[in-house]
Write a protein that binds this ligand. Structure first.
Ligand SMILES: NC(=O)c1ccc[n+]([C@@H]2O[C@H](COP(=O)([O-])OP(=O)(O)OC[C@H]3O[C@@H](n4cnc5c(N)ncnc54)[C@H](O)[C@@H]3O)[C@@H](O)[C@H]2O)c1
Length: 489
């Protein structure tokens, strides 16, 4: 296998030509996964490329990915990001990583020692939702979680990300060192608050004073992260290898778009990521809402109406001019007016970029995949908007159609009479309900009555029931494609 650091690339590639010896491990990142490589890793490399930045990463994996860390070391911590646009691909070599550790290879003590080095200013995370060991319903630390139980029994040999952070902070406190900022980059609403709650609660279970010290001295900025980064399958790695002319086992492919909105709240300094396109703001919540309603809400609309219309991928739905036009209406008419954004936010521009992303045929984003877990997603993506329209007396026909699409989808039989593989924690409950009440229009009222999905003031609002029922009747009578065509106006 050739090493990517000394290869001649077969195609034009943006290589790293800054002095990497200037970079220090000022950020320890937990979770060297797909997303981090294509997102924060690349932002930080591009910042160094601009000059005047000594911010580099020590990557840490606590779970899995041993081979990935070994491969990264073998190629001098360089890796490829292949940005796949509708009009062509660009390969970028990322050079922001200085060193890497794996708790199973190097031992947890080595990881902790690194986190206690004086130059470490930020510990960032992409450890997925389960990495926070929080109880889904209460949002509180799940003290019964086996990793938490084991970390409380041996707190100086932690295995969970939360246990590792708390022990590293304790060691810094003992050593009289300044703490670091803890920055979550996981796709979780108010991710900084989730991280903070887990860290403080775990620390308090160890030592109340430690928890108080962390609360007084550590910040947990929220971030909104966005970029579609599919898993690095063999097929994806082969595609990257074919493009580069050299196989990169750490390579990752993604869409060209990226976004990073960061709460500007760091206790020990931070890179000027805004120089390479990130945004520092006082409050991330409005941007999360923007993404949830305009991106994710429209994705859900396209997933249900698209799947029912016989389209396998989001890009297939967007190749249908009716779906494309209605997707823009969902963004600008149903969702954007419900947002309270800081002055100067260009929601039309945001919608235009979303449409470009959805059109991109290079990303095979399946409608079935986005349709998953609708009972959890629908309230977040449409609940706030529905409230807004009801309060203002404005039309919510598009949202009613999205919800009707979800109801129709969860009946688990498509327009051709074929079974739909409905993946949803409420799937069994919904099946039982359809078994009892049938799938005629009357069932809509019963589904909307499920208070674990729809709060009563929405699900039992007569206008909501009427409009979703009407949309459902249309879907049954005319099918999804004709229903969408009818919404184009
Ligand atoms: N892939 C995307 O398109 C995308 C987009 C936006 C946000 N994100 C977010 O990024 C995060 C990571 O996603 P990904 O696509 O990189 O996944 P991935 O599977 O490639 O990487 C997951 C990483 O998390 C670590 N991890 C998993 N469970 C852990 C645990 N219990 N404790 C500690 N570490 C753990 C793994 O070691 C791995 O490094 C997720 O929260 C996801 O929502 C992903």
């Amino acid at each position: 296998m050739k090493n990517i650091s000394n290869s001649t690339f077969a195609k034009t590639v943006q290589t790293v030509d800054f002095d990497r010896s200037q970079l220090k491990s000022k950020i320890v990142h937990l979770g060297f996964g797909a997303f981090h490589r294509a997102h924060q890793g690349l932002y930080t490399s591009e910042l160094a490329q601009k000059g005047n930045s000594d911010w580099g990463y020590c990557e840490v994996n606590l779970f899995g990915g041993e081979a990935l860390i070994q491969a990264l070391r073998e190629q001098d911590h360089l890796y490829t990001v292949l940005e796949k646009g509708a009009d062509g691909f660009t390969a970028k070599i990322s050079g922001s990583i200085v060193e890497s550790l794996h708790s199973d290879i190097d031992g947890i003590d080595t990881v902790l020692q690194k986190m206690v080095e004086s130059q470490v200013a930020i510990v960032s995370l992409t450890v997925t939702e389960k990495g926070y060991c929080a109880d889904a319903a209460s949002g509180k630390l799940d003290a019964q979680n086996p990793m938490i139980v084991s970390d409380l029994a041996a707190p100086d040999k932690p295995s969970s990300a939360i246990g590792v952070i708390v022990e590293a902070l304790r060691l810094r406190k003992e050593a009289g060192l300044k703490p670091f900022t803890v920055m979550s980059c996981d796709n979780i609403q108010e991710n900084g608050h989730v991280a903070k709650a887990a860290v403080l609660q775990f620390a308090a279970l160890r030592d109340e004073q430690l928890s108080q010290w962390i609360e007084a001295n550590v910040t947990f900025p929220c971030t909104m992260v966005d970029r579609i980064v599919p898993a690095a399958t063999d097929e994806a790695l082969t595609e990257i290898g074919d493009y580069l002319g050299v196989y990169d086992p750490c390579g990752i492919a993604c869409e060209p778009f990226r976004q990073w909105v960061i709460e500007d709240n760091f206790v020990a300094g931070r890179p000027d990521w805004d120089v390479v396109g990130a945004q520092f703001v006082a409050d991330v919540v409005p941007y999360e809402e923007m993404k949830l309603r305009m991106l994710n809400g429209t994705h859900s609309f396209l997933a249900y109406l698209g799947y029912l219309g016989g389209y396998q991928h989001i890009s297939d739905t967007m190749a249908d001019e009716n779906y494309k036009a209605v997707a823009l209406k969902v963004m600008l008419e149903a969702q954007a007016p419900t947002l309270s954004m800081p002055e100067g936010t260009d929601l039309e521009g945001y919608a235009k970029r979303l449409i470009e992303r959805f059109v991109n045929p290079a990303l095979k984003h399946r409608t079935w995949q986005i349709a998953m877990d609708g009972s959890q997603k629908i309230p977040q993506r449409f609940g706030g908007s529905l409230r807004h329209h009801l309060a203002n007396g404005t039309s919510f026909e598009l949202i009613a159609t999205a919800i009707a699409g979800w109801v129709r989808y969860t009946t688990a039989v498509d327009e051709q009479g074929e079974a739909i593989d409905v993946q949803d924690p409420m799937a069994a409950k919904l099946q039982a309900l359809y078994g009892e009440h049938g799938t005629g229009a009357d069932v809509v009222k019963i589904v909307l009555g499920l208070e674990s999905i729809f709060p009563a003031e929405l699900g039992q609002n007569p206008q909501v029931v009427e409009q979703v029922t009407q949309a459902y009747e249309k879907l049954i009578a005319d099918g999804a494609r004709a229903t969408v065509a009818g919404l184009r106006g």
